[in-house]
Design a protein around this ligand. Structure first.
Ligand code: ZN
Length: 397
């Protein structure tokens, strides 16, 4: 079987459609879920960019982010509420503050979520701060903090918005279907002489030795997998030059952009093909860890805590033909009552009662694993539980 195809979605970097399939991701999706249950992860034959060849439309993704995503939770990623998140924010804000310049520079954060970054900039004395987010709830929250805010995203920026000296977009571009549209939108918002900071997960660091999290970075939300080479090619094609690069231990890749410079990047063929090799290794090792997880639950009775993206991916594994799912529970009331893999998603209180004595509870979300462990301890169910990733982390002896 040939692994080459004409992609459904053009390459987010070069726009071509000839691609090589690296793997096919499958998900068990709840009823009413707007995103496809299957998509190929491909490598562009022309430029080597790795991306999800999704059949989902922008409208599907908009519906997903409005109704299913978890960014609205007050202590979610980017809010700066949790200790780890706060430290990550502080580090990147230190780096940014040294590069923004004047304290009255007009700054906007696109995809500002709960405003963690804006708050951190305000604490450093920056006075002209605005945010844009697709979530109405986040926008209201930002306004109560005293910042200007609009509801919108790259393909729907408010016309009343003015020009900005410093545009920030962190952890957004990896989610964007139309990357070229996003850069056109950025250009429109940028004041003459202004700078743009774009930050994405660094695909070159997906495989991270013993701390690698299997398929953590390849999911229904992350549809573009950038390394520095492909970020530079994309930026150059829109007339932007990368003038500075930010990397940290959380495996982010941040680039500072200014207008001007060539329309093509100077990277060589070897740079372009490296990303495919990295992704292929990551996928192979992730599949191996998935196999190990499958062996732990094969033939058992299992209850799953968490009905989000991780669970949807775990549930697509063949092992469930030999494993009995006793319950799926989640604290998110928007998920409760929906059907997933033949189970009605319930609250933990309702779903974790009267299960067979030998039921194993598998905790699937990583971001909230500690809270869930405490939550579960409080419920005193008596069933043994484990966080699936703790058991199968790549390289763990
Ligand atoms: Zn390409």
């Amino acid at each position: 079987m040939s692994t080459e195809k004409t992609a459904l979605r053009p390459c987010p970097v070069c726009g071509k459609r000839q691609a090589e399939i690296l793997t096919t991701m499958r998900y068990a999706v709840p009823e009413g879920f707007p995103l496809p249950a299957e998509s190929d992860i491909v490598s562009c034959l022309d430029c080597g960019m790795a991306y999800a060849d999704t059949s989902g439309t922008q409208a599907d993704y908009d519906r997903y982010y409005t109704n299913f995503a978890a960014y609205e939770t007050p202590d979610g990623t980017g809010s700066g509420v949790k200790e780890d998140d706060a430290r990550r924010l502080e580090e990147s804000v230190n780096w940014l503050a040294a590069r923004i310049g004047a304290k009255d520079a007009r700054i906007i954060d696109i995809g500002c979520a709960q405003g963690g970054l804006l708050k951190a900039l305000a604490r450093r004395g920056f006075s002209s701060l605005s945010g844009i987010d697709p979530s109405a709830c986040c926008v209201e929250q930002i306004k109560t903090l005293g910042f200007s805010a609009w509801q919108g995203h790259f393909d729907n920026l408010p016309s009343e918005s003015e020009k900005y000296d410093f545009i920030i977009s962190t952890q957004v571009l990896e989610h964007v279907l139309d990357t070229h549209g996003a850069f056109c939108a950025l250009r429109k918002l940028l004041a003459p002489g202004g700078k743009i900071y774009v930050e994405v997960p660094n695909a070159a660091r997906y495989h991270n030795g013993k701390d690698t999290l299997p398929f953590q970075e390849i999911n229904q939300e992350h549809i573009n997998h950038f390394d520095i080479t492909h970020m530079e090619i994309l930026c150059a094609s829109h007339g932007f030059t990368v003038t500075d690069v930010y990397k940290n231990q959380y495996n982010v890749l941040g680039v500072l952009l200014t207008c001007g410079g060539g329309t093509s990047s100077s990277c060589c063929q070897k740079d372009k093909t490296r990303l495919k090799q990295i992704l292929s290794t990551y996928i192979l090792e992730s599949q191996q860890r998935m196999y190990e997880f499958s062996e732990k639950i094969r033939g058992k009775s299992v209850a799953l805590w968490g009905a989000g993206a991780r669970t949807q991916w775990l549930l697509a594994a063949p092992v469930w033909n030999e494993t009995k799912i006793e319950a799926i529970v989640d604290r998110d009331p928007r998920k409760q009552g929906k059907r997933l893999a033949g189970c009605v998603i319930q609250s933990p209180e309702a779903g974790l009662r009267h299960l067979p004595d030998d039921t194993l509870i598998v905790i699937t979300p990583l971001l909230y694993a500690e809270e869930i462990k405490n939550d579960l301890a409080g419920l005193k169910t008596g069933y043994p539980s484990f966080v699936w990733i703790d058991e199968v982390r790549i390289g763990k002896p």
